[in-house]
Design a protein around this ligand. Structure first.
Ligand code: ZN
Length: 134
């Protein structure tokens, strides 16, 4: 039985996308698993995980600009905590990604990176990684 790996992400803005590809790749390397599935999961309700381009930083800027328009910070929400926009964005993004491991490496496209999505920062967050050999 393989363990669950955990690493932290410290966010400094209310909303942000952090490229965590290298951290996840380090976990895969540490596991010594050559073939399998890597599941990246966040145990939060106002943060998410996605995969997208990591070459041009303008993609991240445009992404955050648009998602903050689609789900504005203030819109007459009812939730007492005042962070409904963050909950909605997190569910839109989803809380996990599964990536194939091939030859001990994440099988990502040339331009793909794994992103931690902060929607209610700044906070200290945790990312969980489970690796299934096979
Ligand atoms: Zn809340």
């Amino acid at each position: 039985m393989q363990q669950i790996y955990t690493f932290g992400v410290k966010t400094e803005q209310p909303t942000a996308m952090f490229d965590i590809t290298q951290e996840v790749q380090n976990v895969v390397k540490e596991s010594k698993v050559k073939q399998g599935i890597c599941i990246v999961f966040v145990t939060h309700t106002t943060a998410g995980i996605t995969i997208n381009e990591n070459a041009d930083p303008d993609v991240v800027r445009d992404f955050m600009m648009e998602i903050n328009k689609i789900v504005p910070f203030e819109d007459g929400y009812n939730h007492f905590e005042g962070n409904s926009a963050a909950h909605i964005k997190a569910s839109m993004m989803g809380f996990s990604e599964s990536i194939i491991i091939e030859d001990g490496r994440l099988l990502l496209g040339t331009w793909q990176g794994i992103y931690f999505m902060e929607f209610d920062g700044p906070r200290i967050r945790k990312v969980r990684v489970k690796i299934i050999e096979g």
